[in-house]
Design a protein around this ligand. Structure first.
Ligand code: PRT
Ligand code: ZN
Length: 283
């Protein structure tokens, strides 16, 4: 039985459950219990505060967990990240009052910086040979300069609107972060197998999000060009149409290259191009 630690409420809760759901693992946590067993996969979920997840995974109370990289690095427990999950994106940044004249890193020297991320901030200061005073606070870091508690802050930023409404300006990025799957280093054989199965599913879900299935008709003399453009998972499927000299081509295309590929397909005389989302993609 694989024990999975998930944030019990907060920014990672919904998307962690959604990811597991897309992996075919249903957890009905309607009553917000501490522990819920999946009914169609050998796993149970523990719902915990995100800050506690690295410790629980390290101690083996949970075997794996979903937590922000910011928390993983701040807690620096002896556990490992096996997958980045692509949600919960944010950055840990240093911000100063808009009125402060900031021209570069050296201006951080001598400042008092409020943060909940003392480990990561200290590491950043050391790496840049800076000397600043770290003032640890656990919540509402953004109000610290306004009430005279600190000169600057180091906190998580996503849209930037919290900084904006508090008259702060982001000046340095300490860490870019997203949700990650963390794993205890001493899993038993049975759990290694279950984890491998889970990773296969996660990879299939992630790959599917990055690719689209594409179908089109094209004349014989353009097949070579189109096959070179659309290598697919192995090679494209080509089926002759009833009309002589024409073919139906099916392949997959990466979301990032999508519009460039479409433009070229038009040049290569492709017609009736259909693009559909992929639900799972297993290589
Ligand atoms: O109760 P528990 O301890 O479990 O939750 P928590 O309150 O500590 O964490 P929570 O739910 O706020 O965040 C969980 C994780 O989500 C974090 O550890 C990050 O990995 C990730 N994440 C992504 C964020 C943000 N984006 C984010 N914007 N965590 C916090 N914020 C906060 C930030 O601290 C600041 O107060 O949102 C505000 C800034 O947001 P913007 O959009 O105004 O820039
Ligand atoms: Zn927390």
């Amino acid at each position: 039985m694989l024990k999975i630690a998930i944030q019990k409420s907060g920014r990672l809760y919904e998307q962690s459950l959604q990811l597991l759901k897309e992996c075919g693992i249903e957890l009905n946590n309607g009553n917000r219990q501490l522990k819920v067993q999946a009914f169609n996969f050998p796993a149970e979920a523990y719902f915990l505060r995100d800050d506690d997840i690295p410790q629980y995974v390290c101690d083996g109370v949970a075997n794996i967990g979903i937590v922000g990289e910011n928390v993983f690095f701040e807690k620096s427990k002896d556990i490992q990240i096996v997958r980045k999950l692509g949600f919960g994106r944010c950055r840990l940044s240093i911000a100063v009052p808009k009125s402060l004249n900031y021209s570069g890193l050296k201006d951080l020297n001598g400042l008092k910086i409020a943060t909940s991320y003392t480990v990561l901030l200290q590491k950043f200061l050391n790496e840049n040979n800076l000397k600043a005073e770290i003032h640890e606070i656990s919540g509402s870091v953004e109000i610290a300069p306004g009430i005279g508690l600190a000169d600057a802050i180091c906190d998580l930023v996503s849209s930037g609107s919290t900084l904006f409404t508090n008259n702060l300006r982001e000046v340095e990025v300490v860490l870019n972060s997203e949700a990650a799957l963390v794993v205890n280093k001493n899993l038993d054989k049975e759990n290694v197998k279950i984890l491998d199965n889970l990773l296969l599913r996660i990879d299939a879900v992630k790959a599917a999000k990055n690719y689209k299935y594409i179908m089109m008709n094209a004349p014989d003399h353009q097949l070579k060009n189109i096959c070179a453009l659309l290598p697919g998972m192995k090679s494209p499927t080509i089926v002759p149409l009833a009309e002589k000299g024409w073919n139906s081509i099916q392949s997959v295309v990466n979301e990032n290259d999508f519009w460039q590929v479409i433009e070229k397909l038009k040049v290569f005389e492709a017609e009736g191009i259909l693009v559909v989302p992929i639900e799972k993609m297993i290589s």
